[in-house]
Design a protein around this ligand. Sequence first.
Ligand code: FES
Ligand code: FES
Length: 166
Amino acid sequence: MSKFTLKVNGRTHTLDIDPSTPLLYILRNDLGLQGPRFGCGLGQCGSCTVLIKGLAVRSCVTPVSAVRGAEITTLEGLARDGRLHPVQQAWIDEQVPQCGFCQNGQIMTAKALLDKHPNPTDQEIREGMAGALCRCMTYYRVQAAIKRAAKMMAAARRASGSEVIA
Ligand code: FES
Ligand code: FES
């Protein structure tokens, strides 16, 4: 066991844990963050995705020792001041989820995609979302929601005069 400091959703946590423990287990079991889901546990489905330094990372295959001190964002950390992130709002507006199991991965991957490509083409969406699997085949609604979110984020940037919507 080792002492680790993790920064998750703007809060710092000190934990005494096995360094090889997957980050997903720490988030769900120790910190009570149920947004990231356990799907395959093998890094293949995307349902456990979180953001680390703005990149979509599969927390089921990421040992906690690899993210010591890094800023980690989970689905729970997207909303600000009681307001949903535009990606979350677009997901509701487009009624994307069916069973919902994969949707953490879809939303977090979409957030990383939009941070990199604020106005993504269909091809960029396909490539950026390629590893986020959905058994319910919500892919067309995911694509529509990403485009809606891109418009909402652009409008928010214009309104605030900012380059970035966190
Ligand atoms: S649960 Fe992590 S990629 Fe499937
Ligand atoms: S909404 Fe059911 S697996 Fe994607």
